[in-house]
Design a protein around this ligand. Structure first.
Ligand SMILES: Nc1nc2c(ncn2[C@@H]2O[C@H](COP(=O)(O)OP(=O)(O)O)[C@@H](O)[C@H]2O)c(=O)[nH]1
Ligand SMILES: [Mg+2]
Length: 350
């Protein structure tokens, strides 16, 4: 392999030289600050052309970063971050690479820095090497909580409601869950569609219910909901679909809040699409908060490579994640949330 070295007075200039010589897919082997007496700063980047990095696979399942190396593209992305993180990490390509992955996958600069800081990455010598990388991964793992809402609860019925903006994937997710709970966990399932504004949201759910052969009730009013729950009292699991709320529509969210009574043990899941921006996600969570949801389901993970917005959300309101949905196929494209998988989604180079 041909390693080439490029020197310049700033990291930016050295990066530009690598890009010019080896292209924007070049991989960085090392970054160094060469101290020169009196002559000011001098930085050196050693790099190889794209495709030459396969020698460095990490097999540790908890930090399965496919490549330990950072591409020049990621370096260019980092140059746009403020606050001198680059200078602090320049002698530590492993951490620089990790930081670059977090940023390019949508973790906010603030959070990426926080994870590194908590892991002691900026503490001089102590912040060097692979140990500290593991600590960073651990710090990320700490904000990811997991919950299995349908784990064996004895004979107790589980009632789960699915809330979120129109189009986020509520009905599809319920169909996937209903099928999996029936086929894999051998549970008896019933469905309810809450449609306070009578917008005819029931049809899609009823179609799935017919295919699966499970009962499906429509509830326009609180008393319909009670009636349906009574009829489904023998089921192991009742899944409640909700329709018609935009995250900006406070009146409808309030309406739904009145419908879903606090005295019933209904476990609410907020669905958030990872394809939305961090601020949109947060606004949705804030606006739906009167419904006191207890966990997140992140949807459409297949549509984006950026899982960072979900991590940002978890640092804001640290509730557990119950499921991740990975595509349009019913019933296959859903997975129970898993810490290692989530971290890999975040750190894997795709
Ligand atoms: N790519 C992708 N599409 C999804 C996923 N989940 C749902 N969808 C699609 O998103 C659209 C809206 O889904 P729907 O369940 O009707 O959303 P609802 O309005 O929240 O009930 C449909 O076309 C679904 O097939 C997912 O995980 N990935
Ligand atoms: Mg729907």
């Amino acid at each position: 392999m041909q390693v080439k070295k490029f020197r310049a007075k700033t990291i930016k200039d050295a990066t530009a030289k690598v890009k010019k010589a080896l292209g924007s897919n070049a991989m960085i082997i090392s970054t160094n600050k060469l101290t020169q007496s009196g002559a000011g700063n001098l930085f050196e980047i050693a790099a190889v052309p794209a495709g030459a990095d396969s020698f460095n696979e990490n097999k540790d399942p908890f930090s399965q970063v496919k490549s330990e190396l950072m591409s020049i593209k990621e370096m260019i992305c980092l140059l746009n971050q403020s606050g001198g993180v680059l200078e602090k990490l320049i002698m530590n390509p492993v951490l620089l690479n990790l930081y670059a992955k977090l940023i390019t996958n949508g973790v906010s600069d603030y959070n990426a820095r926080l994870f590194l800081e908590r892991a002691g990455a900026f503490n001089g010598q102590a912040g060097r090497g692979n140990d500290v990388k593991k600590k960073v991964v651990n710090e990320i793992a700490k904000v990811i909580k997991i919950k299995d809402p349908f784990e064996a609860t004895g004979n107790k019925q589980v009632i789960a409601a699915f809330i979120g903006t129109t189009g986020v994937g509520k009905t599809t997710t319920i169909a996937k869950l209903a099928a999996q709970l029936m086929l894999k966990a051998r549970k008896k399932v019933g469905l309810i569609s809450i449609d306070t504004y009578r917008i005819g949201a029931m049809e899609q759910l009823r179609t799935y219910a017919n295919i699966l052969g499970v009962p499906c009730f429509q509830a326009f009013k609180r008393k319909d909901l009670f009636f349906a729950l009574k009829r489904l009292a023998e089921k192991d699991v009742v899944l409640i679909d909700t329709a018609g709320q935009s995250q900006y529509d406070r009146a409808r969210i309030e309406e739904l809040n009145r419908m879903i009574p606090g005295d019933l043990a209904i476990d609410s899941h907020l669905l958030l699409s990872v394809a939305t921006t961090e601020s949109e996600m947060n606004k949705t969570a804030v606006n739906f908060s009167p419904l006191k949801f207890q966990s997140y389901i992140f949807t459409k993970t297949d549509e984006t490579e950026r899982f960072g917005s979900a991590i940002n959300q978890l640092t804001k309101l640290n509730l557990p994640v119950s499921y991740i949905t990975t595509g349009q196929n019913v019933p296959d494209d859903i997975e129970q949330a898993d810490k290692v998988k989530i971290i890999n989604m975040l750190l894997e180079k795709r």
